[in-house]
Design a protein around this ligand. Structure first.
Ligand SMILES: [Zn+2]
Length: 281
């Protein structure tokens, strides 16, 4: 590959008054990667439809949120959030479709999915774009099995609930909460085997959370170097077992925000090191 496809549109952005920087983060992340001359190409995602979102959610919840009648994952009914939602899930689905087509990789600079369950949102998450993507691709017969490796600091409870609710047996979902720095070595040591566990999947969706950083105010247990090792292992083992992989941003609450951008940049650099031909850099 000569560049990494990054599925980004300004329409993904919203600006709620909230503790989380995630709704406005994609534009800042992408601007940072462009400024640093990383070999990426920005590609317009295709927004998902209400019907597509309803593969993973109750249709009345989908309509209620998008029509601003029901509360979103930020606890409000803001129109700009509602309008951004088809684009955030659309970014994941577009990136996944690209990775399946090229047999390799793509990036979705998005957050705010894994706490969203079938009929409700929570924790800055309204719709579960991970599950929407897996279910739409399954319905289109583009995948048999999908892996979700959730390396956000917090448990992907919404993802697990939708999997249970819909009795899905073809998604391999790995999400664990680590609280103590003494967990770091155990986490890194077992990660290659965890990624190899996805070898029978047709696609791996990797949530590369910045909130696993040890200084993150909402948790975290890994140093900057250990986070880089995490990313290197995920991408190198995924490549070794030949599974297309997409990654997204998910959480990160360090201040100043530059520190979060640095973590996401390191993930992209690891991604590029594994997949972009050295001679093209
Ligand atoms: Zn988190």
């Amino acid at each position: 590959m000569e560049f990494i496809g990054v599925y980004f549109s300004p329409k993904q952005i919203s600006n709620p008054v909230t503790f989380s920087p995630s709704p406005r983060k994609p534009a800042l992340v992408v601007a940072d990667w462009i400024e640093k001359n990383l070999p990426i190409r920005i590609i317009d995602p295709v927004p998902v439809t209400r019907e597509q979102i309803a593969h993973a959610h109750d249709r009345s919840y989908v309509d209620g949120v998008l029509d601003c009648d029901l509360r979103n994952g930020f606890g409000g009914r803001q129109r700009d959030i509602a309008e951004s939602l088809p684009w955030t899930s659309g970014s994941v689905l577009s990136a996944a479709s690209c990775a399946l087509d090229n047999g390799l990789v793509a990036c979705s600079p998005t957050s705010g999915f894994h706490h969203a369950s079938y009929k409700s949102g929570f924790g800055y998450c309204t719709f579960n774009g991970l599950m929407v993507t897996a279910l739409v691709l399954k319905a289109e017969r583009k995948v048999r099995r999908v892996g979700i490796l959730d390396c956000d600091q917090h448990y992907g409870d919404g993802t697990a609930k939708i999997i249970a609710r819909l009795a899905i047996d073809w998604i391999c979902h790995v999400s664990e909460e680590y609280c103590d720095t003494s967990d770091a070595k155990r986490f890194v040591d077992k990660l290659p085997a965890v990624v190899r566990g996805f070898s029978d999947c047709d696609l791996l969706i990797y949530q590369a959370g910045a909130d696993q950083h040890i200084d993150d105010p909402l948790g975290g247990f890994l140093t900057t170097e250990e986070l880089a090792e995490r990313d290197r292992i995920v991408f190198s083992v995924a490549k070794e077992i030949g599974i297309p992989v997409i990654w997204n941003l998910t959480g990160g609450y360090l201040t100043p925000l530059e520190r979060v951008l640095e973590i996401h940049r390191n993930t992209m650099v690891a991604f590029i090191a594994e997949y972009v031909a050295r001679e093209s850099q």
